[in-house]
Design a protein around this ligand. Structure first.
Ligand code: SAH
Length: 370
């Protein structure tokens, strides 16, 4: 595995590694047609293939029995198995389920499916590991192994959609309503693959899965140039900024990228994103006992956010191995909420779904089963 980073050390560029095989989910519709023709098949087979993969969620080419057997064998080359499930752990009577995936080169990533009475959310990984080194996050402590490809990211969604469609998840057959890039990795540090993946998620069937862009949330530590780029993609996804502190002094230590782009710069980029997309920005704030949960910090945060198109998600800190930090006292959490509300800032406290299976925010470390 990758070496653990030193405190504060950032890894901005992913190590160069062998790339996973090309998959139809890496490609736009036009590219799929070209690829199919290159393989000696008629271009319309790309549409059939896409309808199977994104529409019917067909898992392998041999199941596409409406295609001639010879074509199936050829087209299988565009549907390699990129993700192998290694382990599945569930809680909440099976409605929360964390899957550990092995990628072609042995890299491990995790995704978490959370089903609620009225919707289902999938939390996906965008990198094997992470280079952002936030000291309270288990993923950050392990360092960055490599970027994931577009199809590896999308594969997690297709697998989740398949599990819901088949009725495997308690609650009857269902579909994915929301996707959050809050698994392993910093999505804005793997920009191109992530944008490709968002396209496959939101583009209408058969080009993509046809999930509403409003249901997709991209969460970032605050890579300002990437946020600016994202606002020009014409993809009105929800932007979440992992702020965790309103002052540079503390944020420099909690979110090391702050040494590169300061609180004011990140928030300016967020407001520009909101103005451009008309989408409310989420501010993520993990409440850590006696570290960032003081009332004066809530007050400072409230003053930074008041009158903005914003929603604050407070996340009671989830425990991670080797960390001395814990979640805030209930009374401090309540005072923090009240202070933000005093400034008229919309705020909710996130539930800690998946905590007991190490599937909650910041707990994904993708270790091999013992
Ligand atoms: N790299 C991206 C996305 C992954 S983390 C980002 O940082 O935004 C998803 C969210 O979980 C982030 O807001 C992250 O800061 C938060 N998080 C990480 N570790 C946590 C922990 N131990 N407890 C609670 N939230 C945590």
């Amino acid at each position: 595995m990758t070496e653990s980073p030193k405190p504060g050390q950032l890894t901005m560029v992913a190590p160069r590694r062998a790339k996973p095989q090309r998959h139809l989910a890496d490609l736009t519709m036009a590219e799929r047609r070209a690829a199919v023709v290159e393989l000696g098949e008629k271009a319309f087979r790309a549409d059939q293939l896409s309808r199977h993969y994104f529409g019917k969620l067909t898992a392998s080419a041999d199941q596409m029995t409406d295609l001639p057997a010879a074509s199936r064998a050829v087209l299988a080359q565009l549907m390699p198995d990129l993700l192998t499930p290694v382990r599945e752990i569930t809680c909440d009577d099976g409605t929360t389920r964390k899957t550990l995936w092995k990628l072609f080169d042995g890299s491990l990533v995790e995704s978490v499916l959370m089903r609620y009475p009225d919707r289902a959310t999938l939390c996906v990984s965008s990198q094997a590991g992470c280079g952002m080194n936030c000291p309270f996050c288990a993923t950050g402590q392990a360092g960055l192994t490599r970027n994931m490809s577009t199809a590896e990211i999308v594969g997690q969604v297709v697998a989740g959609a398949r599990a819901l469609a088949s009725g495997e998840v308690p609650g009857g057959p269902g579909r994915i309503n929301n996707i959050v890039f809050m698994g392993m990795g910093e999505p804005m540090a793997n920009y191109k693959a992530v944008i490709g993946a968002v396209h496959r998620m939101v583009d209408p069937s058969p080009e993509g899965l046809g999930i509403s862009a409003r249901g997709v949330t991209v969460s970032t530590v605050g890579l300002v140039p990437a946020i600016e780029k994202l606002s020009n993609e014409g993809l009105p996804v929800t932007l979440a900024v992992s702020l965790h502190a309103p002052d540079d002094e503390l944020r420099d230590t909690l979110v090391p990228i702050n040494t590169r782009w300061k609180v004011a710069e990140v928030l300016d980029a967020a407001w520009a994103y909101a103005a451009k997309t008309k989408r409310r920005v989420s501010i993520e704030y993990a409440l850590i006992k006696d570290i960032n949960d003081q009332e004066w910090r809530a007050d400072l945060l409230g003053r930074l956010l008041k009158n903005k198109l914003v929603h604050v998600n407070l996340i009671p800190l989830n425990p991670t191995p080797g960390s001395k930090w814990t979640a805030s006292r209930p009374e401090d959490e309540r005072a923090f909420v009240r202070r933000l509300e005093y400034h008229g800032v919309a705020v909710t406290v996130r539930d800690t779904r998946g905590r007991e299976i190490d599937g909650a925010c910041g707990q994904l470390a993708a270790a091999n089963p013992a």
